[in-house]
Design a protein around this ligand. Structure first.
Ligand code: PEP
Ligand code: MN
Length: 359
């Protein structure tokens, strides 16, 4: 059974207003210099963005990369707030980060994907936030574990944090896919179903990893009915010290936002259309997953074909195929699927792999 969360609706946080969707958080991956922060923030302010992000402690895969400017970046963020009137937020990954943010009266923090995966860190962040009123956006953990994600929300809530939102930024995969992190939209959709009050954002920047994918991912987030987007924007993306390939100039960001088609249901008829659109978007995601799985299967099947050829073994081995069919039929019936249908699908897959191996 779903746990209960005590949440304050997004519109009561003081800086997001729904509708219209999306609520946008934008800013550079990293604060690099006072000038870069101010120039980017000015550009964003001009296009109507009022919630500014910038990472100052950067979780990098390899040591020796740019690891953020540290706490002095908070002074620059404060300048963004005082000169431009924008709300400011940054990533916290431990209690020391929270303490620094509290000193600078930061408006919102987010917990990064690597941190959400670590209950010890989430617990210490939650305890450090006790008694404050700071909103927290929680990214999904790097692994596709919905319960771990929910656990982080519960830890925050247990310490009295009630302005909580989530950000779906995709998950790590072993296989190479076109995106930097694989979307698991079903996790975001499931969270929305379990906690209707929970604001759900998407982070197309870290999901896509490349500018060219930002539009399609942002549009998908809107089609699925998500509330907001966190997007990385830099005054000069090609010179960015981190995530250069996925950042947009403020001008490109507004072009992207203006080209999104976003419909909000107001009448019964529109509600029907909206539900239909969201369900169709889910089907599209599942179809993409099916295609990816079929392509991965075909790749392994080709490797088997090469191995058989190299060892002069016949391509078709009826016993093996009978075993496969038996296994999938048992598995299919445990999911309540029609076994004749599953047999037809798998026989078609088998035929295609044999054809591939005979090439
Ligand atoms: C970020 O938002 O800068 C970041 C590091 O993201 P993630 O935790 O999604 O990798
Ligand atoms: Mn980044």
């Amino acid at each position: 059974m779903a746990s209960k969360l005590e949440l304050v609706p997004l519109n009561e946080w003081g800086f997001f207003h729904l509708p219209p969707r999306p609520c946008v958080v934008a800013g550079p991956c990293s604060a690099e210099s006072e000038e870069q922060v101010m120039q980017t923030a000015r550009g964003l302010k001009e296009i109507g963005i009022n919630v500014f992000r910038a990472g100052i402690w950067k979780p990098r895969t390899h040591p020796g990369c740019f690891e953020g400017v540290g706490a002095r970046g908070l002074d620059w963020l404060e300048r963004v707030r005082s000169e431009l009137g924008m709300h400011i937020c940054t990533e916290v990954a431990n209690e020391k980060h929270v303490a620094e943010c509290l000193k600078h009266d930061i408006d919102m923090v987010w917990i990064g994907a690597r941190t959400t995966a670590n209950p010890f860190l989430v617990q210490e962040i939650a305890e450090a936030l006790r008694g404050t009123d700071i909103p927290v956006l929680v990214k999904n953990p790097v692994n596709p574990d919905l319960d771990l994600w929910i656990g982080a929300l519960e830890r925050l809530n247990a310490q009295g944090v009630r302005k909580i939102g989530v950000i779906h930024r995709g998950v790590s995969t072993v296989n190479k896919i076109k995106y930097r992190n694989a979307p698991q939209w079903e996790m975001a959709v499931e969270l929305r179903a379990r906690y209707p009050e929970l604001p759900v954002f998407a982070d197309p920047s870290h999901m896509g990893g490349k500018r060219e994918y930002l539009f399609e991912l942002s549009q998908r987030a809107m089609d699925l009915g998500l509330d907001g987007l966190m997007l990385e924007s830099h005054c000069d993306p090609s010179c960015a010290l981190s995530d250069a390939a996925q950042q947009l100039t403020p001008a490109d960001l507004i072009a992207l936002l203006e080209s999104l088609t976003v419909r909000d249901a107001t009448t019964e008829d529109e509600r029907f259309n909206d539900n239909l659109r969201q369900l169709r978007a889910q089907i599209d995601v599942l179809d993409e997953n099916l295609i990816f799985t079929l392509a991965s299967r075909m790749k392994v099947s080709r490797q088997i074909g090469d191995l058989k050829k190299a060892n002069s073994v016949a391509i078709v081995q009826p016993n093996r195929w009978d075993e496969v069919l038996e296994r999938v039929v048992v598995s299919a019936s445990s999911y309540g699927l029609d076994t004749d249908f599953v047999k037809r699908v798998f026989n078609a897959i088998h035929e295609a792999s044999v054809a591939e191996q005979n090439k």
